[in-house]
Ligand binder design. Structure first.
Ligand code: HEC
Length: 243
């Protein structure tokens, strides 16, 4: 009886020491993997050489004709609208170089600072296009006037920025462009669904929205100003009609 007990005890001690006793020892050998699962796989990691391809590079060149995110295919110099008619953005596509470059039109930055200005001439069509895109992509959260009261806030979305606040009025166009493309804090980026010229058209429209909620009589063209003059006539309430 004692014999069996001492044998079992010895085996147990050996077992415990062999599993736990060597903890703290340093070894260059890989750890014992009881369930390796998918720890090691045949896969290509970015920026890492691979002997799978003949040229020894893991990274592959994009397929010829690949269109970077945010651009139309180079052949279409125009933007077609939802109803299929061409030229909604006029020459905007030609102005925004098809490159995915580090330039202002692509990044909103001049060097390391945010730049300002729309990188192509803003026409009525640009603003209409911006309005159209804003209503689709932004108004759900920011509201049609940009005050941050879009329909999503009625369903509990909190923290939507009011685009009419002074800080965002003073913000450069480039930084707003970047927010549209890449998002900011809790707002996701929309670069994947809004092409570069449309992002700028939206920025132009946001500027128009900000003006619209902060306009004075001086913003009205001379010719039309008369129709906006406040009347000094006292407000008269019509006498209640006697039955
Ligand atoms: C799903 C809701 C949602 C949509 C859609 C959305 N935004 Fe936002 N946006 C937010 C929220 C939330 C914030 C506040 C982010 C923060 O500061 O935490 C914000 C912030 C901003 C800001 C301020 C960023 C800053 O620097 O403080 C700008 C400008 C802006 N959005 C523009 C846009 C434009 C333009 C669009 C359309 C392309 C758009 N947003 C679409 C939710 C949204």
């Amino acid at each position: 009886m004692v014999r069996y007990f001492s044998i079992i005890l010895t085996l147990l001690v050996v077992l415990i020491v062999s599993i736990a006793g060597l903890r703290g020892c340093k070894t260059k050998r890989p750890p014992i993997e009881i369930f390796p699962d998918m720890v090691r796989q045949d896969k290509v990691k970015s920026q890492v050489p691979s002997d799978f391809f003949a040229d020894g590079r893991g990274n592959r060149q994009p397929v010829v004709g690949t269109v970077p995110l945010g651009y139309a295919a180079p052949s279409s110099s125009k933007m077609s609208s939802a109803d299929g008619s061409d030229s909604v953005m006029g020459g905007a596509y030609n102005a925004v170089i098809f490159s995915g470059s580090e330039g202002y039109a692509d990044t909103g930055k001049v060097g390391t600072n945010w730049g300002t200005g729309i990188p192509f001439p803003v026409t009525k069509e640009t603003l209409e296009r911006g309005h159209d895109r804003y209503e689709i992509q932004c108004a759900v959260c920011h509201g049609s006037t940009g005050t941050g009261n879009g329909i999503a806030t009625k369903y509990g979305l909190v923290g939507v920025a009011n685009l009419q606040q002074q800080r965002l009025r003073d913000m450069t166009d480039g930084e707003i462009y970047n927010t549209v493309a890449n998002g900011k804090n809790t707002m996701l980026g929309y670069g994947g669904v809004i092409q570069v010229p449309d992002r700028w058209a939206i920025v132009a429209y946001v500027r128009a929205l900000q003006r619209s909620q902060n306009a004075t009589l001086n913003d009205v063209p001379d010719a039309e100003r008369a129709s906006f003059q406040p009347t000094n006539a006292p407000v008269t309430t019509p006498a209640p009609s006697k039955p």
